[in-house]
Structure formats: C-alpha cells, structure tokens
Write a protein that binds this ligand. Sequence first.
Ligand code: HC3
Length: 397
Amino acid sequence: MTGAEQEGASVPASSKGSWSSFLKSMASFNGDLSSMTAPAFILSTTSLTEFSAYWAEMPHLLVAPAKEADPQKRAMLVLKWFLSTLKQQYASRNEKLGSEKKPLNPFLGELFMGKWEDEEGTTQLVSEQVSHHPPVTAYSIWNNKHGVRLQGYNAQKASFRTTINVRQVGHAILHLDKYNEDYLITLPALHIEGLIGGSPYVELNQSSYIVGSNGFTSRVDYTGKGWVSGTKNSLKAIMYPHGKEKSKDDHLYKAEGAWTDEFVIKDAKKHVIESYNAKKEPKTPLKVAPIEDQDPLESRRAWKRVADAILKGDMNTTTGEKSVIEEQQRALRKKEQVEKKEWERRFFTRANSVPILDKLIKDVPYGSIDADQTNGVWVFDLAKAKSAQPAAFSELL
Ligand code: HC3
C-alpha cells in the first residue's frame, strides 16, 4: 500500500466516511457489479453500452489485417490491433478522470450508436443492452470499405477477495470478408487496484486468446506490479499454428511490452516486425448524433438527467432520476410477463448455435461459451438492423 493509499488521499474529505463504508460493504459483496452502491464522487456519467466503442477508436489498425495478403501476417496484425485496444478499454477512463469510476448500469434495450469517419472510410458502431439479468452488452462494428466486421457480447462475473476480481464472459468475432476469415477473441480477466486509497484502476490478469480460422492462434498473458516484483500493465503474447502452444520452436511471433504504453512484435528470428506506442497512435473521434436527434433508448439521451445530476454532485436528484428509469423498466417487464412476450432486441438475436464459434473455441484451453451466464449466445441480426436503421445498413448485403 502506498502512502497516499494509507491516507485515502484521493477521496474528497467530505466522502471519506462513505468510502470507508463502501469498502466495508464489499466484505459481503454478492458478485453482481450492477447492484453495487458506490459513493457519489466515484459515479461515472457513462453507461457500459458506450464501452463497446473502445474496440475501434483506431480504425486504421482494425482494418489493417484486411489489407494483408499473407495469412500469417494477417493473424499477427489482428493481434497487434487487439493489443492496441487494451489501453482504451481498460485505462482510458483512469487517464481522463483520474480514476476508474462506476459506470451507469444499462437498462434492457439501451442503445449506443456512432461512427468514425477518416481515411479508412466509415466505421460504424451499434451497441445494445441485450440482457439486464445478468447484464449483457452486445455490439457490432463494421467498415464496408475494407470488409471488416467485429461483433461480440460480454458480461462480468465479479467476486471480492482483497479486491474486486472480474472474469469476463463472452467473446468477440472479427470477420474479414475478402478472405472469409474469422478470429475468435476471448476477453481478459481483471481486478481493481488502488481501491483502499479511493483511486481505483484496472489491472489485467491471466490470459486471453485469439483463434483464427486460418490456423493461427495467439495467447496474451497479462501481469502487473505484484508485491515483490513486476511492472504495471505488462503483456507477453505468442502466436503459433493451432495446437502448437507448448512447442516453443513452432512459435511464429512474440509480443512484449506494456498495454498502456509501448509493445513490440518480433518474428521467430527475434527481428522487430511491428511496434506500437499507445501515447503516439492517432485516434479518430467517434461521432454521435446530437442528443435531441437520438432515439429515446439511446444511452446519452436516456441517462441525460441522471448524468447532469451526477455532474452537479446532486445525489438526491441522481437517485430520483435513476428511480424513474428503474420504474419504467419494471413496468415494461411486468407488461411483457402479462403479454407473455419477451423484449424484442433491436439489433441482436439469441442464436441456438454459431458454428464458427463452436469450431474456434476448441483451440482455447479450457474454453467454453457459457451461454447460461450471458442469457444466450448473441449474434448481430442484419435483417433486424436493416429495418431498424435502413440508411445505415443499405450498403450491407
Ligand atoms: C469492472 C468494470 C465494469 C466492466 C468494465 C468492462 C469489463 C466492460 C466491457 C469493456 O469492453 C471492458 C471493461 C473495462 C472496465 C470494466 C470496469 C472497471 C470497473 C467497473 C466496475 C463495475 C466498477 C467498480 C466500482 C469502483 C468504485 C471500484 O470503481
């Protein structure tokens, strides 16, 4: 524990009591992150549906594999893109806001939509809350110019043992039209550091995989600063032909560095093939429709009153406005029960099976789909999407 942590330096003086009550309450934490009640100063105005955008803030890296003719290098560029998304996914809020905050819990049917426009053409995003119990967010991101499509869904299973530990359930699948190739991406486990001092941040742990239908798999190992040794936000990755994880001589590439900073990718001859510097890589800003033009279910419109109250530090209004949304949701669920009709998701459908997922998951050690923990396996439904947003999807199929 650092000096600052001992003193609780990041907790505003007026919130010290509520922060220590929050820490005490964690002892009986039931694992449901959405039911966690945190003090006002640590509440974020951003809903988890927005987090799906972190996958594509650098469209040039997302589409780079589609421009590469060699299958082995293509798989390596998928690894590079994936590693480049980590800082955005897990450290950008900390960097921007000074700590990780508690995101808004999306309601069922909540949407977040936007696009990135740059020299790679238009890259589009739809994110939808497809389940509330358990909370599950699904997303689809596509760039028609380069024929690149990413879709996925995720939920979090949390536990408390000295800190908050989170296992991510779900996956992403990247599809490259030109090569009719798919990459199954599993999601890293994480835990929260800096909790005692009141400035929480995410550290990644364990391993995640990228399994390509072209025969190459990457494994990424995450480590952090331990009690005795280690460096914050470290990663090591290897890429190998399917089934050759344990055979070092068959490893094709190695990546090493920090996911918040710099990493390099070397070939089997130890030559640096790719390098990445998170601080220097240009990002394309996401364009989101002005709030007044948004659908009532779109995140920033739906949460506006809550977000405004959080920004003002007005806890009474925050709680009151949250209750308005919760009440509306309760009424909708009741209506669905009476009418025996499940909420119709606007962009996604629950699938019985996804053959490519069933095939690729076999190359993930101990890999399983765990559909029971995500209220199903969720796939982007183009027919639904076309009727929901005809203009946006006119170029597809
Ligand atoms: C655990 C987490 C919510 C989930 C966030 C996820 C896993 C969501 C999917 C994204 O693709 C990646 C991602 C990044 C960060 C994860 C969040 C970090 C903290 C947050 C907890 C619910 C907040 C804990 C509360 C407190 C007070 C410690 O900040």
